[in-house]
Design a protein around this ligand. Structure first.
Ligand code: HEM
Ligand code: CU
Length: 543
């Protein structure tokens, strides 16, 4: 790669080599080091959730429920969903890349509240470890949604302790959101106006609004489970005067906006990557920024699309259906504008770009099947089938996890000062793309044919497609292990990276790789518009 600094500069003090002791890491208030604390812990949860997924796919390789008991299977999908959603996906990009990059991108020395940032990490770890311990040792089998009555009347497992862990981790999310909002409002470098902010920062701003406004509802809802279980208050149990559908309303009032916590940061990452590897300004920048806000705000109004068959009034369902179609519009704007940015760009296909292109394609499939599900007549048929499982994996894994890996590969040289082997990077990206489609595309068909989710056995006519899916999961698992190896390897043996190996725009690339402890020697002054890439195609005569 031509942009590499081969002449190693004298080892300068940076945020990594400042102090190597474990204690200095556990008490750090440097946002860049806290990002690493998150990165390591999140990776742990990702592989815990992945192990459960692997076991589920092995059971589903054959039609009879012969390998694990039905009850064990329930625990496996609970473990998988709880680890992946609450402790991997929600913190993933914001807590790692967001933490590391927001101050660097806006020319600040740290987040507004560095100690609060460290507290957020401790809350996250305490919540995560205790919940996972309860799920594994106590056998919680409610699924990640903790629906009543599975979590109240019909469970004799330590549900209370498990949900308390999720509540604690929720506070981590609230504090991170607050920290980001205050930082973005108050700490931008001179000249860095709102409409000069990178879309990555806009995406985190929109995400933070959801984190701050929606997460308390989740905490309250889960607390109600605790009250019902411990004190026998009749909140959800009809025999005690409660209403089980109330739980679903409250849960999804948080959790639908939360699915945007699980995708908006990915959209931010992809915008940075697409602009950099097409070497063009983002098409329709302002529209892109406003679309992020629109998704975050309209996302609060669509939760009822999870209750179409739960006994909700048909009139309410019609309104929720319409609003769900509307929320797809700003998402469509984003896909269109990324594509328009690529058009006539000088596109190069380095590892991060492969992930970004994968994101755009897979997110589009996930999004369009979401619109399909928002149609009442379709949803009545495919609700709780594998169609839904495929839909949300296209968004969460094909979308957010691709973006997370793309972002990690894009900013890895900045975070570590090292390059990874690009060939291995591309091999892993392609394996993940192929493995992902092989795993999850057949599930759309299975769902359409009527295979319900959350069962450990199924009729033999579904076997062939399930075997394709299990084979894909094997490719996927290898694809996820690969980066673990070459990225760790690059930490020690990777060639040194220069300040800006991709020729990217943005303040973070003006700092050394890895950056010094205080980010900038002097406060930068911004005079450029965002994504001020030269646009070479304009110089070419059009024939
Ligand atoms: C990496 C390969 C993966 C495989 C093979 C896989 C497989 C599965 C399977 C078999 C189920 C259970 C379906 C059912 O019985 O209804 C499931 C559910 C689920 N998965 Fe994945 N998954 C993977 C990755 C992920 C990731 C990365 C996430 C999130 C970041 C995720 C989120 C979920 C959620 C939220 C559920 C629903 C859990 C529930 O029904 O309670 N999955 N997955
Ligand atoms: Cu939803």
């Amino acid at each position: 790669m031509s942009a590499l600094d081969t002449a190693a500069p004298a080892a300068e003090a940076n945020y990594l080599n400042r102090d190597y002791r474990l204690w200095s890491w556990l008490t750090t208030i440097d946002h860049k080091r806290i990002a690493w604390l998150y990165l390591v812990s999140i990776t742990g949860f990702f592989f815990a959730g992945g192990a459960a997924a692997t076991l589920m796919r092995l059971e589903l390789a054959t039609a009879p429920g012969d390998w694990v008991e039905a009850e064990t299977y329930n625990r496996l999908f609970s473990l998988h969903g709880i680890a992946m959603v609450w402790f991997f996906l929600i913190p993933s990009i914001p807590a790692t890349l967001g933490n590391f990059l927001i101050p660097l991108m806006i020319g600040a020395r740290d987040l507004a509240f560095p100690r609060l940032n460290l507290l957020s990490w401790y809350l996250y770890v305490i919540g995560g470890v205790s919940t996972l311990a309860m799920v594994i040792a106590g056998g919680v089998d409610t699924g990640w949604t903790f629906y009543v009555p599975y979590s109240t009347l019909f469970s004799d497992t330590p549900v209370v302790l498990a949900v308390v862990g999720v509540i604690v981790a929720g506070f981590s999310s609230i504090l991170t959101g607050l920290n980001f909002i205050v930082t973005i409002h108050k700490m931008r470098a001179p000249g860095l106006t709102w409409f000069r902010l990178p879309l990555f920062v806009w995406a985190h701003y929109a995400t933070s609004i959801i984190m701050v406004l929606a997460t308390p509802i989740l905490a309250a809802t889960l607390l109600l489970i605790v009250l019902e279980r411990v004190f026998g208050l009749g909140i959800f149990d009809p025999q005690a005067g409660g209403d089980p559908v109330l739980f679903q309303h409250l849960f999804w009032f948080y959790s639908h906006p939360a699915v945007y916590i699980m995708i908006l940061p990915g959209m931010g990452v992809v915008s940075e990557i697409v602009a950099c590897f097409a070497k063009k300004p983002i098409f329709g920048y302002r529209g892109m920024a406003l679309a992020l806000l629109a998704i975050a705000l309209v996302g609060f109004l669509v939760w009822g699309h999870h209750l179409f068959v739960a006994g909700q009034s048909i009139y309410a369902s019609v309104v929720f259906s319409l609003l769900s179609f509307i929320v797809a519009v700003p998402s469509g704007v984003k896909v269109f504008n990324w594509t328009a940015t690529l058009h006539r760009g000088t596109v190069s296909f380095d590892t991060p770009m492969l992930y970004a292109l994968g994101f755009i394609g897979l997110f589009t499939i996930g999004g369009l099947t979401g619109v399909t599900l928002a149609a009442l007549a379709v949803d009545a048929h495919v609700h709780d089938t594998y169609f839904v499982v495929a839909h949300f994996h296209y968004i969460m894994v094909g979308g957010m996890v691709s973006a997370y890996f793309g972002g990690l590969h894009f900013w890895w040289p900045k975070m570590t000062g090292r390059m990874y082997p690009d060939l291995w990077g591309r091999v892993a990206a392609v394996m993940l793309f192929l493995g992902f489609n092989l795993t999850f595309f057949p599930q759309f068909i299975l769902g359409f044919q009527g295979m319900p989710r959350r069962y450990h056995s199924y009729p033999p006519e579904f076997e062939a497609l399930n075997q394709l899916s299990t084979a894909g999961a094997a490719v996927l698992a290898l694809g996820y292990l690969l980066p673990l190896f070459y990225l760790s390897f690059s930490l020690v043996y990777g060639p040194k990276a220069g300040a800006n190996p991709w020729g990217a725009k943005g303040l973070e690339w003006t700092t050394p790789s890895p950056p010094g402890e205080f980010n900038f020697d002097r406060v930068p002054v911004v005079t450029e518009e965002p994504y001020a890439y030269a646009t070479p195609e304009r110089k070419i005569e059009r024939g």
